[in-house]
Design a protein around this ligand. Structure first.
Ligand SMILES: *Cc1c(COP(=O)(O)O)cnc(C)c1O
Length: 416
């Protein structure tokens, strides 16, 4: 950082401000985390200087003596940790990783079955504005109105009638365990490739806090920066059978040179995730989410599906007299960072929906525990009620309380 301060003090001060902000607020966006100093260090290395189109030992540029070892190491650690036959750590992020799966197995116009965006799916699961929705024939499943859970009967019926080439399970706002075995059965019945998109829950899977899709899914995609707590990036994993098709789709199908500094940081994150304390971390994420769910329910909040099995909560604020966006902005002013989100069957529009989405990966990294969740719920409740009344006067005071509370929770041993 001292080089940055010398060369570009303006930019350096922005980074410092963001560091400070991340220290001072309750970060409850369920797709975010704090990476370790080692992961951070790996992203800031000279590996960023190197081009290495191709794969280890089969490159289009010379000088790969070291880079090949870095990527081999990342691949080997991914295979070990997830228990898969093949891993590709080159996708730039989760969205291109998913696009590579389409490219590997589908032609334009082919049918795809995935969870709809309003129900908790991802843009890249064939949502209309996404390339995947424009170029493929996407059919979507949702959740049951009465349970807020995935309707596997609907999935099976849609699979039988539409004969998709690709079925996707997983999403961005699913608070419940995904039944990979059931999806695998449906995919096999209709002869579809099953993609398990575990972007959100990869850390829970490797930590043993969520079942693994290995053995049920043909392909697994994940980001590396959510619960897995690595750098921004992604991985594709599969059986040996699909290795070649996936690799070709990533390069040269979609991408040029891999981001080697990111590959290095992924390797570090995978090493960290293989330590016993990471399993503890994964289970603590879930314990915290469940404690927060209980504390919010006690205060009259309606949780989609009635609770959570994983790291995230989806809250329908309709009975609180405030929209998701108004609540999220108020909470941001009060030092509680989360995002507004559609809830299933939301009558409101996506840019100002009825719900908020929050989760515990980042605050768990910081060491918050279930006994702290009633206090977190109290800050949320206080602010949501004030937002409903249009009373902004208490936000700064809440933000100060949050800041004072968090001062006792260093991030990887570091204080602000
Ligand atoms: C986050 C996410 C992605 C995309 O990741 P980006 O890195 O933001 O492109 C894909 N699928 C799911 C389910 C996600 O949650």
């Amino acid at each position: 950082m001292s080089a940055l301060h010398d060369t570009d003090p303006q930019l350096a001060s922005l980074v410092d401000a963001e560091r400070r902000r991340q220290f001072d607020v309750l970060r409850l966006i369920p797709s975010e985390n704090y990476v370790s100093p080692a992961v951070l260090a790996a992203t800031g290395t000279v590996l960023t200087n190197k081009y290495s189109e191709g794969y280890p030992h089969r490159r289009y540029y010379e000088g790969q003596q070291v880079i090949d070892q870095v990527e081999d190491l990342a691949n080997e650690r991914a295979r070990q940790l997830f228990g898969v036959e093949h891993a590709n750590v080159q996708p730039y992020s989760g969205s291109p990783a998913n696009l590579a799966v389409y490219l590997a197995f589908l032609a334009p116009g082919d049918p795809v079955l995935a969870m709809g965006l309003p129900a908790g799916g991802h843009l890249t699961h064939g949502a209309p504005p996404s390339a995947t929705g424009r170029w493929f024939d996407a059919v979507h499943y949702g959740v049951r109105r009465d349970t807020g859970r995935i309707d596997l009967d609907e999935v099976r019926d849609l699979a039988r009638s539409h004969r998709p080439k690709l079925i996707i399970c997983g999403g961005t706002a699913i608070p419940r365990t995904i039944d990979f075995a059931a999806f695998g059965e449906i995919a096999r019945e209709v002869g579809a490739i099953l993609l398990a998109d575990i972007a959100h829950i990869a850390g829970l899977v490797v930590g043993g806090a969520h079942p693994s899709p290995v053995g049920h899914a043909d392909v697994i995609s994940t980001t590396t920066h959510k619960t897995l707590r690595g750098p921004r990036g992604a991985m594709l994993m599969s059986t040996a059978e699909h290795a070649k098709a996936l690799d070709k789709a990533v390069f040269p199908g979609l991408q040029g040179g891999p981001h080697n500094h990111t590959t290095a940081a992924i390797a570090v994150a995978l090493r960290e995730a293989a330590q016993p304390d990471f399993a503890q971390y994964a289970h603590q994420i879930v314990a915290n989410a469940q404690a927060l769910a209980t504390a919010l329910t006690d205060r009259g909040y309606r949780l989609v599906s009635g609770g959570t099995d994983n790291h995230l909560l989806l809250v329908d604020l309709t009975n609180k007299g405030v929209t998701g966006k108004v609540a999220a902005k108020a909470l941001d002013a009060a030092g509680v960072e989360l995002n507004f989100n559609t809830v299933p069957f939301d009558p409101r529009r996506p840019f100002d929906p009825s719900g908020i989405r929050l989760g515990t990966p980042a605050i768990t990294t910081r060491g918050l525990a279930p006994q702290h969740m009633p206090q977190v719920a109290e800050w949320i409740d206080r602010t949501v009620r004030a937002a409903a009344d249009g009373d902004e006067s208490g936000y700064a005071d809440t933000a100060a309380q949050v800041r004072e509370f968090l001062a006792d929770f260093p991030i990887f041993g570091e204080t602000a």
